[in-house]
Write a protein that binds this ligand. Structure first.
Ligand code: SAM
Length: 451
């Protein structure tokens, strides 16, 4: 069979280093860099590769000639082909060491003005069954249904991952029940693009089906999924291509450890994919805040309140800001249930709300926790913090490069880095969160450890 994506083969390639997505790389004079998912320095491999673009081509291992002594059993039957994880082939300690060295390199490159500081490595110690939500694509071929993620092969086909060891037992129960119903009706499954399963407190679960814009096909899928999942206590929602989502969106109870209550998180709101890792992240935030009670705290990009609930124990007033008005309404309701009347919410974009607060004369927001999405907030937003009275910042950046760029901007605005952390929110993958603890220049009383 002809292979349209293959551009060539190389034999006996020695893997030299690890790229920023956790893939192994090797350099060839004629081709430039070859990026090889799941390869590690010390491996010697035969590969097939695609066409080089801007000096780099992706490659797929076709034979192993030697394996690095650092390799371990990934404990996953599909790992050789799956793109979901990138580092299960090395021990957790090795993964963490690699993430720490990446964090240092990113800080040096994108935040050159920040002083070198001590780096904490925060991990929940789980690499299996830790994912409480996930979005699996659906493919139907020759009557066979596959539910899962793309392969690391050059063809990037959808793999069936109904036994994924990273997902929680409840997630797998839901995906397997849905999968069995789809297997029995491949013609109905053909209009399913993807399914997002979210699991929450007390075994609550929600399956949201992304379907083609075909009302009859969507109705058939909804009926099939409801028949399979309702007996398991799973709610079913539809996301029809090109149509607005139903209002209000269905919600799912998520535990807020800070308050001991649940928040009814709307399906459209951001929630942690890996709750145990999220708790470890919150533990680092709390340890950096220390025991001193603050007059007022800002939770910027508060989401549904995972961090807010802990800030509320440590400040007389908490202002939670987020662009997601539905998530904030759920947070406000949870605060009410927890008796936390000192928590207020403001819905809107960070840059707009901070400017308005400044114009309204707000001056007392002593400490800010900032947890944006993957893009930097930018200097124009961050420059409002100091005039609002913010003397201490804990920044939680899901994309390390963006976090380092914001650190550079904060440094320019007068904040000094005290400590940094690799927060391992996605074990087994190349992703990590960069935690940064900063103080306003005049208040620095930490010892800065020169690297
Ligand atoms: C990573 S989540 C934060 C979650 C929360 N801190 C927690 O731990 O549960 C990022 C949040 O940033 C919000 N967001 C993204 N861009 C924003 C902006 N420009 N202004 C305000 N909020 C924003 C999103 O709605 C989302 O809730």
């Amino acid at each position: 069979m002809s292979d349209p994506v293959e551009a060539g083969r190389v034999e006996g390639l020695a893997v030299e280093g690890v790229g920023f997505q956790g893939e192994g790389w090797a350099r060839l004079e004629a081709l430039g860099f070859l990026s090889i998912p799941h390869a590690w320095p010390g491996d010697v491999v035969d590969v097939r590769h695609g066409a080089p673009r801007r000096g780099r081509a992706w490659a797929e291992v076709v034979a192993w000639r030697a394996r690095s002594p650092e390799r371990v059993d990934p404990a996953c039957a599909d790992y050789d082909r799956c793109s979901g994880c990138a580092l299960r082939h090395v021990a957790l300690e090795r993964e963490l060491a690699w993430k720490a060295s990446e964090a240092c390199a990113i800080l040096a490159r994108y935040a050159p003005s920040a002083p070198p500081v001590e780096l904490d490595v925060v991990d929940a110690g789980v690499r299996s069954g830790h994912r409480a939500r996930g979005r699996f694509a659906c493919a139907v071929e020759g009557g066979a249904v596959r539910l899962g993620l793309r392969a690391i092969t050059l063809e990037r086909e959808i793999l069936d991952l109904r036994g994924c060891p990273a997902q929680s037992a409840r997630f797998l129960e839901v995906i397997q029940a849905l999968g069995a119903a789809l297997d029995a009706a491949p013609a109905v499954a053909a209009s399913l693009r993807a399914v997002e399963v979210r699991t929450g407190a007390d075994a609550a679960a929600l399956a949201c089906l992304a379907v083609e814009a075909d009302p009859a096909a969507a109705a058939a899928l909804e009926a099939l999924a409801t028949a399979a999942l309702a007996p398991l206590g799973v709610r079913v929602a539809l996301e029809i291509e090109g149509e607005e989502a139903a209002e209000p969106p269905p919600s799912l109870p998520i535990a807020l450890s800070g308050w001991g209550v649940t928040v009814q998180a709307p399906r459209t709101s951001w929630v942690h994919a890996t709750p145990a890792c999220g708790e470890a992240m919150v533990g680092w935030v709390v340890s950096r805040l220390g025991g001193r009670r603050r007059a007022a705290a800002l939770d910027l990009c508060a989401g549904v309140g995972t961090v807010t609930a802990h800030l509320a124990q440590r400040a007389a007033r908490v202002l939670a800001v987020d662009a997601d008005h539905r998530g904030l309404a759920a947070l406000q309701a949870a605060a009410h249930e927890a008796g936390a009347a000192h928590v207020q919410t403001r819905a809107g974009r960070a840059e707009v709300i901070l400017r308005k607060l400044r114009a309204a004369g707000e001056r007392g927001l002593e400490v800010a926790v900032i947890n944006p999405m993957r893009l930097p907030l930018g200097a124009a937003t961050l420059e409002h913090l100091a005039p609002l009275g913010v003397r201490e910042i804990i920044y939680l950046g899901p994309a390390a490069v963006s976090a380092a760029k914001d650190l550079e901007a904060l440094h320019g605005a007068g904040y000094l880095l005290q400590r940094a952390a690799v927060l391992n929110l996605h074990p087994g993958t190349a992703h990590f969160m960069l935690g940064l603890h900063l103080r306003w220049g005049d208040d620095v009383d930490f010892e800065i450890i020169k690297g």
